[in-house]
Design a binder for this molecule. Structure first.
Ligand code: ADP
Ligand code: MG
Length: 405
């Protein structure tokens, strides 16, 4: 049978191809398919069903049209209704006089009062598989024709490809989300396991000390427990910092005083740890900086701790400040004469939970540092040479227009 296609229909097909290919979410694809189908077909309502791969049920996605907008979303059993029939047979169907067709007659929808008079239903299929069906209801000016059917099939063909693309895209995003969650959970479990192990060992020593009435042992055990408590607190702060974007709480900050304080903390070493000298080289011309004091403290403390930790055979960590030159940026340079890193390690530095320190590290310090520095509109620069040492430079704008505005 020959079917005439009008220029208007060809334009509609080109339009729909462009619209649906521009969308990557299933909902957006469905909406645009349905609105074009309804406009070009001049019908009262339209809806789209996809087959649930697991249950075989038909999932109703959207209906458009004055009355159909109020029809509730439905889930239908396989084979149910005209859509079920079309999905089962894979063949399109036109019913132009629903009232006198006992097979497809349905009572008006109770809530909306919508009454079906005529139906055009075509399968939604890609060359590989059947995805569902499009149903167009109540042609306004007369019966559905073979030409409507041909147009609807062309629309359905394009829609099916776009929907399949959208589904694949969503599956891919879901996979990426699941992989990211999996990695986070694994990293976090590892940290918590280390903390628990430390608490267990400390508690054992406390118990033993009490039994033996050996206060030295109790003291040692208690120190171990409270250290793990601090570690846990740090971990929670780091996780909170990473959990969402934050606006720095700007205040006038004396970076020289802050760095001096941090050098003092960094130089405190425990018994048995290699001795590391921490040098402070302040620039006396460094002006006050508009920065989040607490945030900067976290960043610099982490960089200095890392620098000291890197000096596994002893060595020197140096913290220097630099007043702005023409670029209006201040710099804090943290360098060490420690183990240095190869390129592979440098590339992993900002991956959360990446740590080479076993139970002593969380692998969150550098991701947190980078985030805070970037939230200040700054940069974290790295230069490292394996076996020689590492230099981290925090580059910060001295002033924040947004803050003072
Ligand atoms: P953590 O200190 O808990 O391991 P970080 O994110 O602070 O986590 O650092 C991640 C890893 O980067 C460290 O475990 C270490 O391998 C490496 N690293 C960081 N700073 C230095 C440095 N100054 N020298 C050598 N390696 C470093
Ligand atoms: Mg660290």
């Amino acid at each position: 049978m020959s079917v005439s296609v009008h220029a208007e229909e060809v334009r509609a097909l080109i339009d729909i191809a462009q619209t649906i290919n521009a969308h990557l979410s299933i909902d957006a694809v469905l909406e645009s398919v349905m609105s074009v189908a309804k406009e070009v077909m001049a019908a009262e309502a339209s809806s789209l069903f996809t087959v649930d791969d697991d249950t075989g049920e038909l999932l109703f996605h959207v209906a458009q049209g004055e009355k159909a907008e109020r029809v509730k979303p439905i889930r239908m059993q396989p084979g149910q209704g005209i859509v079920g029939h079309v999905v089962e047979t894979g063949e399109p169907l036109i019913v132009n006089d629903v009232a006198n067709d006992s097979r497809w007659y349905a009572k008006p929808d109770e809530e909306s009062g919508f009454k079906t008079r005529s139906i055009l239903c075509v399968p939604l299929r890609t060359p590989e598989r059947l995805l569902g069906a499009i149903e167009i209801l109540n042609k306004i000016d007369g019966p559905f024709t073979e030409s409507d059917l041909a147009l609807c099939q062309a629309v359905a063909g394009q829609a099916a490809v776009a929907i399949e693309n959208a589904m694949l895209h969503e599956q891919m995003l879901e996979k990426e989300r699941m992989a990211a969650i999996g990695e986070t959970v694994a990293g976090l479990s590892h940290c918590i396991k280390n903390i628990l192990q430390g608490v267990k060992t400390g508690s054992y020593l406390v118990n033993l000390g009490m039994k033996r009435e050996d206060m030295d042992l109790v003291g040692k055990g208690w120190t171990a427990v409270s250290k793990k408590n601090d570690f846990m607190e740090e971990l929670v702060w780091d996780l909170l910092t990473l959990s969402k974007p934050r606006e720095p709480l700007y205040e006038a900050t004396d970076l020289n005083a802050l760095c001096e304080d941090i050098c003092e903390i960094g130089s405190q070493r425990e018994e048995g740890e290699p001795s590391v000298t921490v040098d402070f080289k302040p620039d006396p011309n460094l002006p006050e900086v508009e920065a989040d004091g607490k945030g900067m403290r976290r960043c610099l403390l982490n960089l200095v701790t890392n620098a000291v930790d890197a000096c596994t055979d002893g060595g020197t960590a140096t913290v220097g400040t630099l007043a702005p030159d023409d670029d209006g940026k201040v710099r804090v340079v943290v360098s060490d004469t420690g183990c240095g890193m190869d390129e592979e390690t440098v590339n992993k530095l900002f991956t959360v939970f990446f740590s080479t320190k076993g139970s002593k590290g969380t692998g969150l310090g550098l991701p947190v540092t980078k985030k805070i520095v970037e939230e200040h509109g700054g940069l974290l620069e790295i230069a490292s040479e394996k076996g020689k040492g590492t230099t981290f430079t925090v580059v910060l704008p001295q002033l924040h227009e947004d803050w003072r505005a």
